[in-house]
Design a protein around this ligand. Sequence first.
Ligand SMILES: Nc1nc2c(c(=O)[nH]1)N[C@@H](CN(C=O)c1ccc(C(=O)N[C@@H](CCC(=O)O)C(=O)O)cc1)CN2
Length: 283
Amino acid sequence: MTATVLDGKAVFATIKDELRARVARLAEQGVVPGLGTVLVGDDPASKWYVGAKHRDTAELGINSFRHDLPASATQAEVEAVIDQLNADPAVTGFLVQQPTGLDEFALLSRVLPTKDIDGLHPMNLGKLVLGEDGPLPCTPIGCIELLRRYDVPLDGAEVVVVGRGLTVGRPLGLLLTRRSENATTTLCHTGTRDLAAHVRGADVVISAAGRPGLITRDMVKPGAAVLDVGVSRVDGKIAGDVDPAVAEVAGYLTPNPGGVGPMTRAMLMANLVTLAEQQAASR
Ligand SMILES: Nc1nc2c(c(=O)[nH]1)N[C@@H](CN(C=O)c1ccc(C(=O)N[C@@H](CCC(=O)O)C(=O)O)cc1)CN2
């Protein structure tokens, strides 16, 4: 058996078509969404991610406002840029690219919750816990959307998430257990005693541990869907958490790159367009 490829790049192309239609409808009402980004420092990966987000906005006819600050930028300087973006009516929503090396909780908390297209503001994470509507974190919702587009069922499925970070693992657990997803979710992490035993029982495995080759062929149930969120660099190339031999046993597998990464960008654009629609409706 060779796993069906969960092609995030192809799904993002389809989502871009859907978003172009929504952006055109907003234009008829005189609204052009605007994306703001804040990048601190020279990390090549972060620069690439921010550049990719601005290329996406250009393709979709969305305005963008880019603020690149040096690695020497202070907390106060970054907060001043956040205040500027909060106050700018042309900016529908914005994000601070992580990592910044600064107090990220303070930065996230300073973004207006109504402009938080990353869905990572404490109030929006609180809404997720409470089951209230609000912007949802992009990578977790991108994983769920990718499975949905390939008709991989989550209802009643056993899902193992590996990793408990704020941007992926922790919100994924909350999202997957919502009534709308209805999955039974186990959140594993570095303290999990027998990871293989957990993974072996899973219909869906989502690994966001950042440990190259962590999920091996022998750990995966035949036919399971496996999503590789891990991004490590080995000899300058992206190495995921999932050993390539998993493709021989899994039913579905994301490539990495080309799987969850493009879905993260897709959901960011979708969050932005949704916010613009909400703002247009409340004018
Ligand atoms: N404020 C945020 N910071 C970070 C987030 C986030 O959601 N919000 N997530 C990651 C980085 N990230 C988005 O910002 C991101 C990661 C990967 C990709 C992507 O398209 N990757 C490509 C490969 C890119 C390459 O070759 O290096 C792929 O997987 O095909 C986009 C966005 C941390 N920071």
